[in-house]
Ligand binder design. Structure first.
Ligand code: FES
Ligand SMILES: [Fe+2]
Length: 438
């Protein structure tokens, strides 16, 4: 349970709010590189409640500027993207990727008025096939977080996005909540195509996992153990990295790995940008086709995508919604899948959206299975309050190396320490982890 004040503080991200101010100090991933082309159509973008337009100029440089033209406010989304800038279709004022007004054809050629007009723009970095924005107050942005996949060749990475019509915190909380896997995603019969059949059996037999959390220099490490038979414990370790990054544990040997970020569009909407990557080999065409077309937390299957629109993130919207009950099938619920919902992310979205777009956490009753999300809330609230009071950015922002971590999954004897046994396995480190990028 949270107080109404803390709930508002944690969930509201507009300009000037404590969480909004804090979040703007971190790099924000928001666009896949292929979504904008040199001199191509701009993209509407909405981040932390701000309406923006992204475009790629003639030289290939990406830009992110305020959607409304500094002249009289027309949308620059309609602009002409050519010859090194985006020109407003109302009076032709043209802006480069840094927001500078480079042409003002509606004023006399002798005028230097254009030198006095600059639109809002945010610095961008493009790495790993993703474009990142810095919306913070520093004139020199911090380094990007040192996430493992940023150094992995692009043919080893498959990325996607998904819009969810809820506040960012309740969406991210679902990703750190290992308890729900025994229910929300459960198959009632073994799924013969799953590589995690053994794990599914463990989850079914032990539906009340034991949780332990560790506050770390990057965020929160959530350890979750279940009885695995023969006296062993099966541990799954999820990572939360400030402010909105999550990694969940892999399955199998020499596994693919994952990452996602839960980026607020505004207080009532979030998109998750995520990827699957293999640390040391390219995906085969067959694997790529399968991974690109199957639903997961951050990927909507092709048949369940809403028609593409030019709204912000308009190519990543789901056709399954509260209005159509996420196509829940009551027969399937009796015979096949616990939730009765076939699409993976929709199994999460159904409970998360029906909580209300910003869940009223003064009404909840947290149990032992909620240890992970309690710790993450404490971390977020603590950081936002501290930043509001002393104005000092959290240390992880200037220490990208603390983000060089992995999630983990392993069997342990009851007397073994999960923290000690996984200390090296949780590092992105070639010396101890041979499947790290080389
Ligand atoms: S409103 Fe954009 S040039 Fe006038
Ligand atoms: Fe889930």
């Amino acid at each position: 349970m949270l107080s109404a004040t803390d709930n508002e503080l944690m969930t509201h991200v507009g300009a000037g709010t404590p969480m909004g101010n804090l979040m703007r100090e971190y790099w924000i991933p928001f666009l896949l590189s292929w979504e904008i082309e040199a001199d191509g159509s701009p993209e509407r973008v909405r981040l932390l409640g701000e309406d923006l337009v992204a475009f790629r100029d003639s030289s290939g440089k990406p830009g992110l500027i305020a959607e409304n033209c500094p002249h009289r406010g027309a949308s620059l989304y309609f602009g002409r993207n050519e010859n090194g800038g985006l020109a407003c279709i109302y009076h032709g004022w043209k802006f480069d990727v840094s927001g500078r007004c480079v042409e003002m054809p509606s004023e006399p050629p002798t005028s230097n008025f254009h030198e006095k007009v600059a639109g809002l723009s945010y610095p961008l970095v493009e790495k790993g096939g993703v474009i990142w924005a810095y919306m913070g107050r520093e004139s020199v942005p911090p380094p990007l977080p040192g996430l493992e996949w940023l150094d992995v060749p692009e043919d080893q990475v498959i990325a996607s996005k998904r819009v969810q019509y809820s506040n960012w915190v309740q969406a991210m909380e679902g990703d750190l909540d290992q308890s729900h896997l025994s229910f929300t995603h459960r198959w009632l019969k073994p799924n013969p195509n799953s590589i995690r059949t053994g794990v599914d059996v463990i989850r079914e037999k032990d539906s009340h996992p034991h949780f332990e959390v560790l506050d770390t220099d990057y965020g929160v490490l959530v350890g979750c153990s279940r009885e695995a038979g023969d006296g062993q414990k099966y541990w799954r370790l999820s990572q939360h990295m400030m402010p909105f990054h999550t990694i969940t544990p892999p399955y199998g040997d020499n596994p693919t790995r994952n990452w996602r970020a839960w980026v607020p569009i505004d207080d009532h909407n979030v998109f998750v940008i995520g990827l699957t990557f293999h640390p040391n080999r390219a995906f085969t065409d067959k694997e790529r086709t399968r991974l690109e077309s199957s639903a997961n937390v951050w990927t909507i299957s092709p048949e369940n995508r809403a028609p593409v629109t030019s709204a912000p993130f308009g190519r990543w919207r789901p056709a399954l919604t509260v209005e159509n009950d996420f196509h829940q099938d009551r027969e399937l619920q009796k015979t096949g899948i616990y939730s009765g919902i076939a699409e993976f992310w929709a199994q999460d979205a159904a409970p998360q959206l029906t909580m209300g777009t910003i869940y009223n956490r003064t009404r909840e009753h947290l149990g032992t299975s909620d240890g992970g999300i309690i710790a993450v809330r404490r971390r977020l609230l603590g950081a936002a309050k501290k930043f509001a009071s002393d104005g000092v950015t959290p240390p992880e922002i200037s220490h990208p190396e603390v983000y060089q971590i992995r999630a983990d999954a392993l069997f342990l004897q009851p007397d073994e320490s999960w923290v000690a046994r996984t200390a090296d396995r949780r590092k992105v480190n070639v010396a101890v982890n041979p499947d790290s990028p080389q």
